[in-house]
Design a protein around this ligand. Structure first.
Ligand code: AR6
Length: 174
């Protein structure tokens, strides 16, 4: 049976799902927003793992739309999947890049053995995409992902009532 797909208003760092997704930047060196919150809650082991990923798999940085898993340090989940959303302010306005963040994160989740995954609204903060667009693209990408059949739960974890409403609307559309 395909995974349940839902949206809640919560702090993603408190999620007890198998894997949470981080809206990172290509350096994987931490930052503000949800990235800063995840690193703060996970502790220094997460940054060490990110540095190792940079040294080994992605010396040039994680490209936009890619996703890579690490351990989760002190977080209650088992893995953090780092993805890099497109930055609207830099002219990165192709919805396919945003969709790839969600699709590739689910692929990475399945690869490490996760069965439940929580996503933030990737690119809807510092990177400047409209919440409603992110919601529409994210829901479509998740629903069409072949991995969905092998997962139990995909949860969108939103930080505001406005974004929660955007995701609930996208989940109930068509
Ligand atoms: N739980 C859930 N959602 C959160 C949390 C949280 N604890 N904290 C913030 N959000 P952003 P982006 C929401 O800016 O737009 C960073 O500096 C937030 O309200 O975190 O992809 C990175 O290092 C917003 O709705 O990510 C990059 O440089 C959503 O998460 C850059 O920002 C995403 O906002 C990435 O920008």
């Amino acid at each position: 049976m395909a995974a349940r797909v839902e949206a809640v208003r919560a702090d993603i760092t408190q999620e007890t799902v198998d894997a949470i997704v981080n809206a990172a930047n290509s350096t994987l060196a931490g930052g503000g927003g949800v990235d800063g919150a995840i690193h703060a809650a996970a502790g220094p082991r997460l940054l060490e793992e990110c540095r190792r990923v940079r040294r080994t798999a992605y010396p040039g940085g994680l490209p936009v739309g890619y996703a890579v898993a690490t351990g989760a340090g002190n977080l209650p989940c088992r893995w953090v999947i780092h993805t890099v959303g497109p930055n609207w302010h830099r002219g990165q306005r192709d919805e396919a890049d945003l969709a790839a963040c969600f699709a590739n994160s689910l692929r990475e989740a399945l690869r490490v053995g996760a069965r439940s995954v929580a996503f933030p609204a990737v690119s809807a903060g510092v990177y400047g995409w409209e919440g409603a667009t992110v919601a529409r693209v994210a829901v479509a990408a998740v629903r069409s992902a072949p991995e969905l059949a092998h997962l139990d739960l995909v949860r969108f974890v939103l930080f505001s009532d406005r974004l929660l409403a955007d995701f609930q609307a996208a989940l109930t559309a068509d």
